[in-house]
Write a protein that binds this ligand. Structure first.
Ligand code: COA
Ligand code: AMP
Length: 630
């Protein structure tokens, strides 16, 4: 079927089209209709259906006689191990874990925070929550205790499931002290914690609070799948916004199942039984949607890869995994390819492996630069497909739907809108702009199934952040344009979110941390262009009057502070001390101008600037740390 015919069929009858797609899911009670618009502009999908995610991701495949198929492959170059778990084994493991959680009082609607590295137990914990209707919130391991504490405070979990440690190439990440620290910091305390002890590090358990993963499952009956409403929250995933308070993106159960299932064949081009690999982390939305849920819902084999694109042990790791597990469709971030290309520019290692199983490479998480795409196309000899989406949407807004029809690839574009998304480019007044003109990218409401219906306990913030600027639309926070053929080009964020190595970070959150340093009077953080990571954060510090401590000492302290408060993932390593920050006459810091100076781009001095001379000081400071032509 052609993309155009499918998109037109959706556009002609969106609700009928989604009802049709919903039939691929096993419902306990099918929904009476697709869209529930009574609270518009807050929309819900399939609200009155009854369904269970774990049943659809695990049990139904066993019931269909596919229990012996491998569901999860854990390939861990950092521990030198490979394990396979079949669907039948997964069903057994998840049912027992869910039973143990239920025996300790976890029921439908309770929140459970999961703080785990890339091990199958992370997926099992997610699925066990889904099995009993608990709402999980997975927190990425690269976040520090304070970030975990913020999430504990907001989600108010009854339980936390964690591992004793994670393994980075250069160190063991001690999860348990981070967890203990976070629980100390948070006013809300979980009833209990379940700790998966890894053999690389056995953590000390707190008496009366911490339970051993295996021990607490002993002798407990396994749990059955609990049917939940289509609009029951499946999970909360926190993502960076403009401030230090992360946004708790809510995902409803019914739409999540339907949209993810549709995407596997039509976008990612795989059939049930084939191996699909997304090299990301369960802590991010890519990990939720395309390491855990979508491949399992669709009956694929998924790979949990605990390693890096380079250094574990070399830039051929990805090719080894594709060869060894016969990966059909592979998804990663462009930054991973840039890292590989840096270590193996000619792609010599590609030739050492048999990549004949691979049909396509999918890139997302940040802009896919044409050089990276061309390099990947040349070395892998498969279509390289850029696609664009966000934590909020949970599945691609724009893609090249290779499973339906491979459209011509246009470099620099994630191709076209997927069915469900009426994407428009708007001017400041909310009017659609002509093709080829830059504007704010928005999606006409309602958003499709699988996307966020609201923010956790923060409907006001949801409306203010996404719905209020352009009434009738969802504001994506990205700017760009659409060409004559309907291809989208995503050029920049319109807010203070930056993208570092495919990780979404808030400069506002970093500024809040820097402002907490006793010598810092005022500060700004910007994202400057980085050839490996896409963007890299740089801090500007104005010190308190009379502060005469050596600058390098203060800079080092601020670097340490961001690592302690936000975590190593912030990758905040560079800051400079400046006398003043460039501002408008009304006092707004001109961050966009600072970015242009750092990146060596030409720019017009803003008419509203208070004192243009400051820009030279900023340029000199940036040159001092190797930017702006320094
Ligand atoms: N737990 C703890 N720490 C973590 C972590 C985790 N799960 N993930 C990253 N970190 C730490 C790293 O160890 C590093 O710490 P350091 O400052 O002590 O070296 C820091 O966070 C920054 O990590 P990262 O951004 O991964 O940079 P890197 O220089 O170690 O590696 C790449 C560079 C390109 C290889 C790596 O960023 C990468 O694989 N990127 C792809 C990311 C991705 O797949 N994103 C998908 C989102 S869709
Ligand atoms: P996250 O919520 O972490 O997935 O980050 C989403 C943001 O990453 C988007 O709003 C974009 O700014 C950026 N992004 C993701 N995919 C792409 C892409 N293919 N091209 C350009 N930007 C992207």
């Amino acid at each position: 079927m052609s993309y155009t015919s499918v998109y037109s069929a959706w556009a002609a009858d969106p609700e009928g089209w989604w009802m049709e797609q919903s039939r691929a899911i096993d419902w306990v009670t099918p929904p009476s209709r697709a869209l529930f618009a009574d609270k518009a502009p807050i929309y819900e999908w399939f609200s009155d259906g009854l369904v269970n995610t774990c049943w659809n991701a695990v049990d139904r495949h066993v019931a269909a006689g596919r229990g012996a198929q491998v569901a999860i492959i854990h390939d861990s170059p950092v521990t030198g191990t490979i394990h396979r778990i079949t669907y039948a084994e997964l069903q057994d493991r998840v049912a027992r874990l869910a039973g143990a959680l239920a025996a300790r009082g976890i029921t439908k609607g309770d929140r459970v925070i999961i703080y785990m590295p890339m091990i199958p137990e992370a997926l099992e914990a997610m699925l066990a929550c889904a099995r009993i209707g608990a709402i999980h919130s997975v927190v990425f391991g690269g976040f520090a205790a304070a970030e975990l504490a913020t999430r504990i405070e907001d989600a108010r979990p009854k339980a936390i499931i964690a591992a004793s440690c994670g393994i980075e190439p250069n160190r063991v990440v001690h999860y348990k002290p981070l967890l203990d620290g976070a629980i100390d910091l948070a006013a809300h305390k979980p009833d209990f914690c379940v700790i998966f002890q890894r053999e690389q590090e056995v953590a000390r358990l707190v008496d009366g609070r911490d339970l051993d993963w295996h021990g607490f499952q002993y002798g407990v009956p396994p749990a059955d799948c609990v049917p939940v409403e289509g609009n029951h929250p499946a999970y909360i995933l926190y993502t960076s916004g403009t401030t230090g308070q992360p946004k708790g993106v809510v995902r409803h159960t019914g739409g999540h199942l339907v949209a993810l299932h549709w995407s596997m064949k039509n976008i990612f081009g795989v059939d049930p039984g084939e191996v699909f690999w997304a090299a990301s982390d369960v802590g991010w939305v890519v990990g939720h949607s395309y390491i855990c849920y979508a491949p399992l819902i669709h009956g694929n084999t998924t790979i949990v890869f605990e390693g890096k694109p380079v250094g574990t042990p070399d830039a051929g790791t990805f090719w080894r995994v594709i060869q060894d597990h016969r990966v059909a469709s592979f998804f990663t971030a462009p930054t991973a390819f840039r890292a590989i290309k840096r270590d193996d520019p000619e792609g010599k290692l590609v030739g050492d492996y048999d990549l004949s199983s691979l049909r396509a490479l999918y890139l997302a998480g940040e802009r896919a630069d044409p050089d990276t795409i061309l390099w990947a196309q040349d070395k892998l000899k498969v279509p390289v497909i850029d696609h664009w989406w966000q934590t909020e949407t949970g599945w691609p807004i724009a893609a090249n739907p290779a499973g339906l029809e491979l459209l011509p690839v246009k470099l620099g574009s994630p191709s076209v809108a997927m069915p469900g998304y009426d994407v428009q480019v708007l001017d400041e007044g909310g009017h659609p702009v002509p093709r080829g003109t830059l504007g704010a990218i928005a999606v006409k409401l309602p958003l499709p199934p699988g996307t966020l219906p609201t923010l956790w306990n923060a409907e006001g913030r949801f409306r203010a952040a996404y719905l209020s600027h352009f009434p009738g639309y969802y504001e994506t926070g990205d700017a760009g344009y659409m060409d004559e053929d309907g291809y989208l080009y995503i050029m920049a964020r319109t807010d203070d979110v930056i993208n570092v190595a495919g990780h979404r970070l808030s400069t506002g959150a970093m500024e809040e941390v820097l402002a907490g340093h006793p010598d810092v009077a005022e500060c700004a953080v910007i994202g400057v262009a980085d050839t490996l990571k896409g963007q890299s954060p740089v801090g500007f510090l104005c010190l308190n009057k009379g502060c005469n401590r050596p600058y390098p000492e203060i800079v080092a302290e601020t670097v340490k502070l961001v690592r302690e408060k936000i975590g190593p993932v912030a990758d905040f390593k560079k800051a400079v001390v400046v006398e003043r920050l460039p501002k408008t006459r009304s006092g707004k810091i001109l961050r966009a101008t600072m970015v242009k100076i750092a990146d060596g781009e030409t720019f017009k001095v803003p008419a509203t600037i208070d004192d243009p001379a400051i820009l030279d000081e900023i340029r000199a400071a940036l040159r001092g740390i190797g930017y702006a032509g320094g």
